[in-house]
Every structure is written in C-alpha cells, then in structure tokens.
Ligand binder design. Structure first.
Ligand code: NDP
Length: 396
C-alpha cells in the first residue's frame, strides 16, 4: 500500500489540504474532523451521513459544504427541503454517495462511516489516487487486500486515523520496515478490564457504554468493551503495515496515553504518547508529514503519573483471539466476523441480548461460515457479509 510511512520526505511537504470531504460527518469522528477543518479554515467539499437529517442540516448550515449526501434516500429528500434556501446540493443513496466522492475529488477525504457500509466509499476514495484519511477500520477488516491493491494501482495514500494505527504509522518513521520485530498495539481494556467471564454475564448496556478513557460512538464503545475492536485493529494493522498478525502483540494499557509502539530488532521500542483526543489523529492524517498546533491539549506526564501494562485475558474476551483466527483463515472470514458482530452489537444496543451473547453469536457464526475463506472479489466478500448477517440474526 502506498502509505509510504518509511520513505524520507521533503521537509516542506504536507500541510493543510486546500479542501476536504468528510464521510460520516454526523458521527463522533466525523464531527471531530469538522472541528479540525473549522479550526484551520479548511473549506468543505462534501459531507455525508445516513439518516440523521437534523444533525446534517445543522452541520451544513455551520460548515457550508458544496454537497451533502444522505445514504438513506428518504432522509435525503427531507434534507433537500430543509436546505432549499441554501446553494448546497443534496443527494441521496449509496450510488450517489460514491459518485459525489468522485465529483468532489477532494485532495483529502476522511472516511468516518460506521461499519461495512464504509467499504464502497473507501474504494471510491481510493480510486481517486488522492489521500484517504481512514477511520472506517471495517473497510480493511472486510477487504484489506482489495483496498491495498486498488490504492497501489491509483497511487492513493492511506493515512490511518484510528489512534493506535496513527501511532504505529508515526513510530515506523524511526526505522526501516525490515528492522521491525513487532508491533505493540495498546488497548485501554474498556470498562470491564479484569472481569471474569462469569462477571461479564451480569453487565448491562449502561455499563458497557461507560468507556473509561475515550468518548466514541455507541457501536465502537461496545466493541471496546468486548475487545472485538482490538481484534479488528489487529487485522487493520496487519493490512496497513504489511505485517503478520503474529507480529502484533496486544498490550492492555488502561491510561490510553501510549497509543501504540513499534519494537525494532535491536530491542528498541518507539512509542507515541499524547492525551487521548481523536482530533490530533485526524489533523495528523490531514497534514502529514507536517505537524501544526491544533485543538488537542498538551500531555502533562506529571499529572498522568503512572502508566500500567497488562496482558489481555483471552478467556474473558474471546473475540480478540477469534480475530487472529479469522485473519489467518483469510478470504471472507474477517467479513463474516465483522458482519456477525454488527448484527450482535445492534441487538445488544436494543437490549435484546446480553453482553456475553455478542461473543457467543459471533463465534458461532464464524465457525459455521469458515467456508468463506475462499472468497476473494468484492462481490464474494459482500456475499459473505450478507450470509453472516442472516446466520447471526437466526442465532439471536
Ligand atoms: P458513529 O456511530 O458516531 O458515526 C457513524 C457515522 O456513519 C454517522 O455519520 C452515520 O450517519 C454514518 N453512517 C452509519 N451508517 C451508515 C450507512 N449505512 N451509510 C452511510 N453512512 C452511515 O461512529 P464513530 O464516529 O464512532 O466511528 C466511525 C468509524 O471510525 C468506525 O469505523 C469506527 O470503528 C472508527 N473509529 C472511531 C473512533 C471514535 O473515537 N469514535 C476511534 C477510532 C476509529 P447517521 O448519523 O445519519 O447515522
């Protein structure tokens, strides 16, 4: 992939893009991306959402993009009416979303869409051969090989926004890729760190949504509590940085100050530290290799005081080892993992199932559908996604 993290760069390259598109603008990362754009007065080409018409209307009036797209066509009709007193063009539907990405042709597009729905927009961004600031990790979980191959073909630069991957990307500048021994992927451990499987049987939705260090969208907050999010991040890192999942070690670090680290063959470990704030990660993905003062507050190590590190507990959090297995099986199995998790987490968020039912549903769906390990094309991967959604729903 043309992330080019290892190449020496001209000191003067990078800086603020001339304009920006933000996909998933009404979400947690999307809104923070818009704050970064406002802070640096970057004009907006395109903002998108799915169904949140009121949220989009407010963002459109505040940020004045050229285009707004709602993936949901009914929501788009509603938004068009509400914005009829503005020059903003409003479109609806998934095809319109991908067309608008191409038409906007922004020098940088932030993809902060939630879930597998981000895959086709990622491929549309990649086809432009410009910069993709990628927050939608599911694109790489579901179709990492295809996204990488397409990025290589077009010359698209993929800069990770996920805080751990942004950290690894930065740490890789300290040495040669061939001298990397391992990647230390940090995890806060979420709200249930240290709990046993028996204790997890009794936790509630409210408990799961109370993340100790990060304020994020509901779905990824639950994924952090199950450690599925960390499993996805292992797959994401393996694709982004072309390393085997066996070279990626998860380290539970409750303070979320070290965002990840890279160990080199001389046993030196290079880490990236900062206050937990996604706006720093978004801004770096926009301005790389330049750095600018921004909205993130300075790190005060004296007030942090102590940093702790623990090994993850695979018995209490089985979705983490399952992600390694899914990646090793390959093909469409990571897509099955992601889709069944999306279904199970949605049911948990509606309080239809218990917390531990999430891992039960996902594990069973993956074991039933390992046949998808031979899936290769986008169509085959989307087929694996669909089958996994049906199989997981039938288990609920
Ligand atoms: P949110 O749930 O807060 O926001 C999701 C965004 O995606 C919303 O704008 C939503 O629109 C849009 N969206 C949802 N479904 C669709 C769809 N079917 N088609 C088009 N757009 C859709 O998510 P987060 O911001 O928490 O996460 C976004 C991505 O970033 C995820 O991949 C997550 O894993 C990753 N990430 C998030 C972090 C965080 O701090 N939140 C940290 C690191 C990575 P609408 O509002 O209309 O539903």
């Amino acid at each position: 992939m043309n992330t080019a993290p290892y190449a020496a760069r001209n000191e003067n390259e990078g800086g603020l893009p001339a304009s920006l598109s933000v996909l998933g603008a009404t979400g947690s990362v999307g809104r923070q991306a818009l704050e970064v754009a406002a802070e640096h007065k970057i004009p907006l080409d395109l903002i998108t959402a799915n169904v949140d018409v009121s949220g989009m209307e407010a963002l459109a009036r505040a940020y004045h993009p050229r285009f707004c797209v709602m993936a949901d066509e009914g929501a788009a009709r509603d938004l068009a009416l509400r914005l009829s007193d503005t020059p903003i063009a409003v479109r609806g539907g998934n095809d319109a979303l991908c067309d608008a990405i191409r038409e906007a042709n922004s020098p940088v597009t932030v993809n902060a869409i939630l879930g597998e729905a981000g895959l086709l927009p990622t491929l549309a961004c990649v086809s432009l051969g410009r910069r993709l600031a990628l927050s939608n990790k599911e694109s790489l979980v579901v179709a990492g090989e295809i996204v990488k191959a397409e990025a290589k073909k077009s010359g698209c630069e993929i800069i990770p926004v996920d805080s751990e991957h942004s950290a690894i990307f930065q740490c890789l500048h300290a040495g040669r890729k061939s001298d990397v021994r391992s990647i230390l992927l940090t995890a806060s451990g979420g709200p249930f760190r240290g709990m046993t499987r028996e204790q997890l049987e009794k936790v509630t939705l409210r408990d799961a949504l109370a993340h100790p260090t990060w304020k994020m969208g509901a779905k990824i907050t639950v994924d952090s509590a199950t450690m599925m999010n960390k499993g996805f991040e292992v797959i994401e890192a393996a694709h982004l940085f072309d390393v085997s999942p066996d070279a990626i070690r998860v380290v539970v670090h409750p303070e979320s100050i070290i965002h990840s680290a890279v160990e080199y063959i001389d046993s030196a470990v290079i880490a990236q530290l900062s206050s937990p704030d996604m706006r720093l990660c978004v801004q770096y993905a926009l301005t790389y290799p330049a750095r600018l003062p921004g909205l993130s507050r300075e790190l005060d190590l004296f007030s942090v005081g102590t940093l702790n590190f623990f090994a993850p507990d695979p018995a209490a959090f089985p979705l983490l080892p399952l992600a390694y297995r899914a990646m090793k099986l390959g093909g469409g199995v990571p897509a099955v993992l992601n889709a069944s998790n999306e279904v199970a987490v949605a049911a948990f968020l509606r309080e239809k199932i218990n917390f531990t039912d999430i891992s039960r549903t996902v594990s069973e769906t993956v074991e039933r559908l390992t046949v998808y390990k031979n899936a290769k094309t986008v169509e085959e991967l989307l087929d694996a996604d669909r089958e996994a959604r049906n199989a997981a729903a039938a288990l609920l």
